[in-house]
Design a protein around this ligand. Structure first.
Ligand code: ADP
Ligand code: MG
Length: 686
């Protein structure tokens, strides 16, 4: 970027120190920031032919007031003003809400321009803006398309338009191309300057779209370039540990497992071990559907690191999972003389001290714990591998902590939320991805049914039948306690009802997030051992829990959960050899809600669920929270623009693989862009 554009906004006429502060609240400091504050929509003042306007569309028309305006008051201080307006011999009804004072001005015969939402059936327009054409006052030029910006209370959209226009007039010429010419030509992109002009003040809808397309591409490309460059640098760096893994020992370990690995498992294990043996740091995401067998992959990697003389840590989101993984790993690794410890919140001070000492001395090879593990005062003799299970968000933070501790182990993230590719390459684009896309043979898909609340009796009868066969059941409810606002079933109530229903015959346990860790544990253990037959729970059992004898999952108010979450919950059953069932109790009110339930009944494939969920809900909701680790794009939309994202990713990867990228003058602007980031500033020397 040329320096001109990096001047503060106060360089513009009409923006003083005070206005600059207002703009700063929007993150706008420089002229460039202002130019890159893109409109999120447009006001279209092109006058439309009413006969062509569609229902619900926002239109602008010019017509003549006809007849008397009518005002109706209702509620507290609310009013509705309506008047007939003739447009091309069609009579429309124009409506204003809470603008009764306009009545006097709406005299028959006056020419007026109206913008608002059009309702086809009633030939009605709900006016959001109006201009009398006989006053000589300035009216938005017929035929213009005006940008609408996000602003703050202190800034009006009109002012913003003026400032942007001024910035374009004064500095539009200083906007430089950042993409190399070959990309601009290959994808027939508008130049950067042209695109910026057109996205703010499009001369036509097509020009606006061209501008948007160019800027979306640029945004996705620059983002992918950063990830690709980061990846390339990490690969080249030799600050990782080249672990000398005795592969024959690993093979023997694999042979000792009670089953043979699926081809997908074998493939991902090779990818992981290759990374561990290389001198760069592994930064890999392992994804696989629920039940695809990620734990054993983790066990093999941990075995490998221990056999190479390093230590390994497995971190999981909950204590329950930590204990479960610990038990599994202990069973697998103990016979091979690998020392494994559980660092749990319920350990006594003394146990804890022993474990910490063991980690520091190297007596303990593998430690399992919650994510808090590395944040605490835990020191390792030589940490070679960190595996993080079931957590999306942890990556960046975890890397920081490890770095600050001076550790640089290989890192593997495991997730059972299959992530659609477009999201994976945005959220985890700097990682290598291994995918287990195959389930162990002999798994029966879980049969999933969607039922209404009225069917509860039949569901209970069905549950009884399963229990009579010796199976166990989960019952999930979204809330813990009764809530006055939401008439939802809650875990405590459901537990009481079921205990009553099955009293004397089956034991019903209750688990929720507010129980003390010890009690949660106790219930889970009892369920695991088959002493509790029905486990009523909130979503704390969501991830990872493995009780193969459970064959029925009942989910109350299923419409309240995300599909990824429902799929996770469903994954708690179908882990044994028996046919398993998942029953979703839901009365969704919306079409989307119904569609979501249908998706669950139609497919058992987590990737398919994820893909369709993403289509329905968009990327923000996909991970359930705002803090998904997804970058926020200004122009691009990772769902709509996914093809562009793929292209941008490929181009970025190609580009950084060229030696010229790191030195050639034609890429200087892009390198400059990267160097705005501290990581690259330190590493790219120009
Ligand atoms: P997830 O990927 O959901 O974490 P797990 O690792 O818990 O899955 O594996 C689910 C079950 O499948 C476990 O009981 C595990 O022992 C078993 N399993 C894993 N791999 C295989 C395999 N290749 N063949 C048969 N069973 C397997
Ligand atoms: Mg798992």
């Amino acid at each position: 970027m040329s320096n001109k554009l990096l001047q503060p906004v106060t360089a513009l006429k009409g923006i003083g120190a005070e206005r600059a502060l207002d703009l700063e609240a929007l993150g706008i400091r420089t002229i460039e920031d202002l130019l890159e504050h893109f409109p999120y929509r447009y006001e279209d003042y092109r006058v439309r032919d009413v006969s062509e306007a569609e229902d619900g569309e926002k239109i602008t028309i010019v017509g003549t007031v006809y007849g008397e305006p009518v005002v109706r008051f209702y509620g507290q201080k609310k009013s509705r003003l309506s008047v007939k307006v003739v447009v091309d011999r069609v009579v429309l009804t124009a409506i204003w809400f809470n603008r009764h004072f306009l009545k006097q001005q709406l005299r028959a015969g006056r020419e007026i321009m109206l913008s608002g939402k059009f309702e086809r059936a009633r030939l009605q327009i709900t006016v959001s803006e109006h201009y009398f054409l006989d006053t000589g006052k300035k009216v938005p030029k017929e035929g213009t398309i005006e940008p609408v910006y996000s602003t703050t209370a202190n800034i009006q959209v009109k002012q913003m338009r003026r400032w942007v226009a001024e910035a374009l007039r004064e500095y539009g010429g200083a906007v430089e191309e950042i993409l190399p010419p070959y990309l601009v030509q290959k994808y027939k992109l508008a130049s950067r300057a042209e695109a910026i002009r057109n996205i703010h003040f499009p001369t036509s809808i097509a020009a606006g779209k061209q501008g948007r397309r160019r800027l979306a591409f640029e945004e996705l490309f620059l983002f992918q370039l950063k990830l690709a460059a980061y990846h390339a640098m990490n690969r080249r760096a030799s600050d990782g540990m080249a672990q000398k893994i005795p592969l024959d020992k690993v093979r023997a370990f694999v042979r000792s497992l009670p089953f043979s690995l699926t081809n997908a498992q074998k493939r991902v294990i090779k990818e992981i071990l290759d990374d561990m043996q290389a001198k760069y740091r592994m930064n890999r995401l392992l994804q696989g559907d629920v039940g695809s067998g990620k734990t054993v992959v983790a066990a093999i990697a941990l075995f490998a690191t221990a056999s190479a003389g390093f230590q390994g840590a497995l971190m999981v989101p909950t204590e329950i999972l930590a204990e479960q993984h610990y038990a599994t790993l202990k069973q697998l690794l103990k016979p091979h003389r690998i020392e494994i410890a559980l660092l749990s919140g319920s350990a006594t001070a003394r146990q804890r001290r022993d474990i910490l000492a063991g980690l520091q001395s190297g007596m303990i090879h593998i430690v399992v714990g919650t994510h808090a593990l590395i944040q605490e005062d835990v020191y390792f003799r030589e940490l070679g591998l960190v595996i993080t299970d079931e957590q999306h968000r942890f990556g960046v933070e975890q890397r920081r902590i490890l770095r600050e501790k001076g550790l640089h182990p290989d890192v593997l993230f495991m997730t059972a939320t299959p992530i659609p590719r477009t999201l994976a390459i945005t959220a985890f684009g700097d990682m290598d991805v291994s995918t287990i896309d195959e389930l162990p043979a002999g798994r029966k898909p879980v049969e999933t049914y969607w039922v209404k609340h009225e069917m509860l009796d039949r569901i209970l009868a069905f549950m009884r039948k399963e229990l009579d066969k010796g199976r166990q059941a989960y019952v999930i409810s979204p809330l813990i306690e009764e809530s006055e606002k939401l008439d939802l079933q809650n875990a405590i109530d459901v537990h009481a009802q079921l205990s009553h229903y099955f009293s004397g015959k089956y034991k019903v346990g209750l688990m929720h997030g507010r129980l003390p860790a010890k009690e949660k544990d106790e219930v889970m253990q009892q369920f695991s051992r088959g002493e509790v037959h029905v486990l009523v729970s909130t979503t704390v059992v969501e991830v990872g829990v493995n009780v193969p004898n459970a064959s029925l999952m009942v989910i109350y108010d299923a419409e309240r959960f995300g599909l990824a979450q429902l799929h996770q919950l469903r994954g708690r059953v179908g882990r044994g050899s028996e046919q398993s069932y998942c029953i979703l109790i839901a009365d969704p009110k919306t079409e989307v809600g119904k569609e979501r339930m249908r998706i669950m009944t139609e497919t058992n494939d987590g990737f398919e669920v994820a893909r369709r969920d993403l289509e329905l809900r968009g990327p923000g909701d996909f991970f359930g929270t705002k803090q998904s680790g997804l970058p926020e794009f200004k122009v691009a939309d990772v769902v709509q623009d996914y093809r562009m994202l793929e292209v941008a990713r490929q181009e970025a990867a190609d580009m950084v693989s060229r030696p010229a990228f790191w030195v050639g003058p034609e890429y200087a602007k892009l390198r400059e862009y990267l160097k705005r980031d501290e990581y690259f500033l330190e590493r790219i020397k120009d």
